[in-house]
Design a binder for this molecule. Structure first.
Ligand SMILES: NC(=O)c1ccc[n+]([C@@H]2O[C@H](COP(=O)([O-])OP(=O)(O)OC[C@H]3O[C@@H](n4cnc5c(N)ncnc54)[C@H](O)[C@@H]3O)[C@@H](O)[C@H]2O)c1
Length: 262
């Protein structure tokens, strides 16, 4: 069942792939006029055309390009700050380049998106912004130093922006996905042994799909969430609730990407 977005204009950054693309599709299915902003190499206009949306090349780390993209559509009703990147490295092997690029896209890029969106929404006294955070905003999964720092930083942006923008009728919320099947996570989904150990700690016993995150984003973006701001919504199959894991042999077996009880 699609949530109603008739008459709304929505922007999804990083909307040409994965979770962002799923968000753009759900918003478009609900009747929104959707714009996806993404890197030129990802052919955002072409991708958007495939489902009746529009796409523009805009790197979220390039303030001028992002301002120019927003200027094309006027004031948006909904903005999903989703663009993100990840490099897998631990504290010892992290380079300054990895650190700076990760922070530039995942944190500074969201700052630019949020500030531009808020300035456009304020005169209309309405708007809904959804940030793509992560379970890694909260925990310390080893091997993702810069990523975790960038996603934890988003919570600071979230709380402050919700506080400042509430009086202007603008809601700001965040979705925190767990392990979701996209090109960023092929190192997990393509590796059965790694998946078995990872999903052992997920009560629902599997990784998630981009569409399952998109439904949570759509809810927070919509008028159904009219009294919700500054909130984080975990979309993680219960992972953050399961400190010492859920699934154990011999009561359960892992097969084709998921656990099931015997
Ligand atoms: N896949 C997961 O398990 C997972 C879990 C938690 C959070 N997330 C977050 O979800 C978001 C989407 O990731 P995904 O898994 O769909 O990966 P993805 O690579 O499929 O999508 C990310 C999109 O962001 C775009 N992008 C990257 N840098 C950009 C930039 N500088 N300017 C504009 N666009 C840029 C990419 O081109 C791509 O289209 C990210 O913020 C990611 O951190 C993903």
């Amino acid at each position: 069942m699609a949530i109603e977005f008739e008459g709304k204009t929505a922007v999804v950054t990083g909307g040409a792939n994965g979770i962002g693309l799923a968000c753009a599709r759900v918003l478009a299915e609900g009747g929104a006029s959707v714009w996806i902003f993404d890197l030129a190499a990802e052919r955002p206009a072409e991708v958007a055309e495939g489902f009746g949306a529009r796409g523009l090349a805009a790197d979220v780390t390039d303030r001028a390009a992002l301002e120019a993209a927003f200027a094309r559509l006027g004031a948006p009703d909904i903005v999903v700050a989703n663009a993100g990147t990840v490099f897998e490295h631990d504290l010892d092997s992290a380079t300054a380049g990895h650190w700076e690029r990760t922070l530039a896209v995942n944190l500074t890029g969201v700052f630019h998106t949020l500030q531009i969106a808020a300035r456009l929404m304020k005169p209309r006294r309405k708007g809904s912004i959804v940030l793509m955070a992560s379970t890694n905003s909260w925990d310390g999964e080893a091997g993702f130093l810069a990523y975790n720092a960038s996603k934890a930083g988003l919570l600071g942006l979230l709380h402050t922006a919700a506080n400042e923008l509430g009086p202007h009728g603008i809601r700001v919320n965040a979705v925190c996905p767990g392990l979701i099947r996209t090109r960023l996570t092929t190192g997990f989904f393509g590796n059965p042994e790694r998946m078995r150990e990872y999903t052992r700690h997920i009560p629902l016993g599997r990784g998630g799909e981009p569409e399952e995150v998109a439904q949570a984003v759509a809810f927070l973006a919509s008028d159904l969430a009219a009294f919700i701001t500054g909130a984080t919504l975990l979309v993680d199959g219960g992972q953050m609730a399961a400190k010492f894991g859920t699934w154990r042999e011999p009561a359960a077996v892992f097969e084709t990407e998921r656990w099931r009880l015997l």
